[in-house]
Design a binder for this molecule. Structure first.
Ligand code: UDP
Ligand code: MG
Length: 327
């Protein structure tokens, strides 16, 4: 793009939470790696409300490092919000993310950028920690299961969803919007936004300084987020089909049961003491409520689309004509 050093071609985004011991090394190594690409770059470090000295160290480093852009969040929002805070200010054409603990290797970045440049058909490269240096039982096993499950459920098949080292084309970052803890599902969100993704093996190191910010409870949150993602992928734009569908399955037998009891009543039987009466009423109530929730969902999704001007679909350029036809 431009040769002006003030407009970076590569923007690196790193969330930072209590990584004071890693910061000087991190900034130095990312800088050295990016200088090898020969392209103007910026390093956006988001201090996610660190309680240690990270913010001060960042500010000090930034004073003497023109390409370092720190941003400081007022409290600890979590990795997802920190990443989005970085995505919101990126200026480059290629966006790189990695962790701030040097478990990812900055030296991998130039090759990834090169691959991206050489392959116009790729929009996103996801790192794959083929030889992962984390505890086997508490980290690697849950992660293997999660990767299989997420790949199967979302249809976006990757070996390593959890690798933070990723490279994106800018359009993809502009199209996705993170919230909650959905940074783990960026590949799914990106694929939904039309990204073509490849996985490339990258180096991985054990954490040598600082501590991991996550424990085993992350497994459960990932499982819930997976449910959410699946639901959003399938029903975000047609909630009535999700809730109304179940509603109809309950309402129909409910009406049949009450109808049947109504006929018996007309024939002179007493129905007041029959359990079926209660079942019928319950089914009808639940069915009607679920359908109403579905309709509410439909209204919400209209509110969601209309003022925001979010696109319902996105078109791509026409495919190039095949071989010339003889006329
Ligand atoms: N992180 C963050 N906010 C948080 C938790 C983590 O910005 O609330 C950052 C953290 O500093 C690191 C990255 O997210 O750069 C990944 O965290 P960590 O290395 O603890 O995760 P793990 O590698 O253990 O999965
Ligand atoms: Mg880590």
């Amino acid at each position: 793009m431009s040769d002006n050093p003030s407009t970076p071609v590569i923007s690196v985004v790193i969330p930072i939470y209590n990584e004071a011991e890693n910061l000087p090394d991190l900034v130095g190594r990312v800088g050295a790696a990016l200088e090898r690409t020969g392209k103007p770059f910026e390093l956006i470090c988001i201090d996610d409300g660190s309680r240690d000295d990270s913010a001060h160290i960042l500010a000090e480093l930034a004073a003497s490092t023109p390409w370092l852009q720190p941003r400081y969040l007022i409290r600890n929002y979590g990795q997802t919000a920190a990443l989005q805070a970085g995505f919101d200010i990126v200026r480059g054409e290629y966006i790189v993310t990695l962790d701030g603990d040097l478990q990812n290797d900055p030296d991998d970045i130039p090759a990834l950028i090169e691959k991206m440049e050489a392959s116009p058909e790729i929009d996103m490269i996801s790192g794959w920690r083929k030889e992962r240096q984390d505890a086997a039982l508490s980290r690697k096993l849950p992660s293997t299961i999660a990767n299989r499950l997420i790949s199967k459920v979302t249809g976006v098949s990757l070996h390593d969803y959890g690798c933070a080292l990723k490279v994106y084309r800018r359009e993809i970052i502009d199209r996705i919007h993170l919230y909650g803890e959905l940074h783990r599902f960026i590949p799914t969100l990106a694929a939904e936004a039309g990204a073509r993704i490849v996985e490339v093996p990258v180096k991985h190191h054990a954490r040598t300084r600082g501590v991991s910010k996550y424990g085993i409870d992350r497994t459960f949150r990932v499982a819930l987020d997976l449910l959410l993602i699946k639901f959003l992928m399938r029903y975000l734009h047609r909630p009535l089909h999700a809730f109304g569908g179940v509603g109809l399955w309950l309402l129909t037998p409910g009406i049949l049961a009450l109808g049947w009891l109504g006929i018996l009543k007309l024939l002179g039987e007493s129905i007041g003491g029959r359990p079926l009466l209660l079942v019928g009423i319950m089914l009808c109530l639940m069915g009607v409520q679920l359908i109403a929730i579905g309709v509410l969902g439909e209204i919400l999704i209209r509110v969601y689309h209309e003022p925001s001007g979010r696109d319902l679909y996105r078109v791509r350029e026409a495919p190039r004509p095949r071989a010339q036809s003889s006329r």
